[in-house]
Design a protein around this ligand. Structure first.
Ligand code: FAD
Length: 310
């Protein structure tokens, strides 16, 4: 069995595997797609001490750094079930889609998350060419330009307020007849001179010139009238969905499906830790996911040295 088995090979999982392996303990990492969301990212400019890098490059460097250590890397492996140990100090089991099972004394869960997509024509085609999901990451790329934010929940309204300080104009588009964000955020947004709010609007298409986004089409849901907005950027903020469906009923999840963790990355089940975008930790960023992964691995090690020898 592994001393530490990491499930998920994004920044959080890679950091956890490296920190565990550096303790000289038996470490494995299983990932559906090693690199995680970083693989889908173009420019990364907020990974501190690296002024600029690109997603695929960072993903390759994550893999290379993990391979510097004695870590069993199991790429293209999807975990489908977690069975916690039945007694203290016992082994937990992770079942994989291919039918194999992995056993471990401790587990670090880092399955990350995915941005909910609009699923309209042009969205996939112009991803990273004007269609963006992360204002903290990509906001500065739209300095002085016109953007829309799709979604009037807290994250959409926060994104619009954040972007208004950078871009020339931001239009917030909400499907419902009213915004769902906290009143204080709505008031802040409505006070900004370069922000417009459109409600009862269904986004229907992302327009582009083949290389980049040029506009957005939506339907006015009260009149049924089709409308278009010329702009350079679209931030989709209709939800970040944690990849935790397979953990439901086994460990405590928040109402949004995030793995509940304490300050040490401990989940509701002893010996099972979690890190990164899949957890309740606020702000989903690479630098944060890596710190959380390191923390969870150190907590797993701490758990191991305190467990009675088998
Ligand atoms: P992920 O990166 O989501 O990795 C999850 C890992 O778990 C993957 O390997 C996945 O395949 C695997 N996995 C999932 N489910 C299972 C399963 N059941 N079994 C096995 N493996 C599983 N952050 C920044 O700091 N700066 C940026 O510039 C930036 N730009 C971004 C741009 C885009 C387009 C996107 C989508 C995100 C961006 N982010 C950025 C956010 C950043 O990528 C995430 O915060 C970070 O990758 C989270 O790391 P993680 O390890 O928690 O999860």
């Amino acid at each position: 069995p592994y001393d530490v088995l990491v499930v998920g090979g994004g920044p959080a999982g890679a950091a956890a595997a490296i920190y565990a392996a550096r303790k000289g303990i038996r470490t494995g990492i299983a990932a559906e797609r090693f690199g995680g969301q970083v693989l889908d990212t173009m420019g990364i400019e907020n990974f501190i001490s690296v002024s600029h890098t690109e997603g695929p490059k960072m993903a390759a460097e994550l893999a290379a750094h993990v391979k510097d250590y004695e870590v069993d890397v199991m790429d293209l492996q999807t975990a489908t079930k977690l069975v916690p140990a039945t007694q203290p100090g016992g082994l937990a089991t992770v079942e994989l889609q291919n039918g194999a099972t992995l056993k471990a004394k401790t587990i670090v869960l880092s399955p990350g998350a995915r941005w909910r997509q609009m699923n309209v024509p042009g969205e996939a085609e112009y991803r990273n060419k004007g269609v963006a999901y992360c204002p903290h990451c990509d906001g500065p790329l739209f300095k002085g330009k016109r953007v829309a934010v799709i979604g009037g929940g807290n994250s959409g309204v926060e994104a619009a307020i954040d972007l208004a300080g950078l871009v020339s104009h931001v239009t917030l588009i909400e499907f419902d007849s009213q915004l769902r964000a906290d009143a204080v955020l709505q008031a802040k947004l409505r006070s900004l001179p370069n922000a417009t709010v459109i409600v009862s609007a269904q986004t229907t298409e992302v327009h582009g010139d083949g290389a980049k986004v040029t506009g957005l089409a939506y339907k006015d849901r009260t009149t049924g009238e089709p409308k278009t907005i010329e702009l350079e950027g679209i931030f989709v903020q209709i939800g970040l969905v944690p990849n935790t469906e397979w953990l439901k009923g086994v460990i405590e999840l928040s109402p949004r499906g995030e793995i509940e963790i304490d300050a040490r990355g401990q989940t509701s089940v002893p010996g099972i830790f979690a890190a990164g975008d899949a957890t309740t930790v606020p702000y989903k960023q690479i630098v944060i996911a890596m710190g959380e992964g390191a923390k969870a691995a150190l907590s797993a090690f701490d758990h191991l040295i305190r467990s009675a020898p088998a």
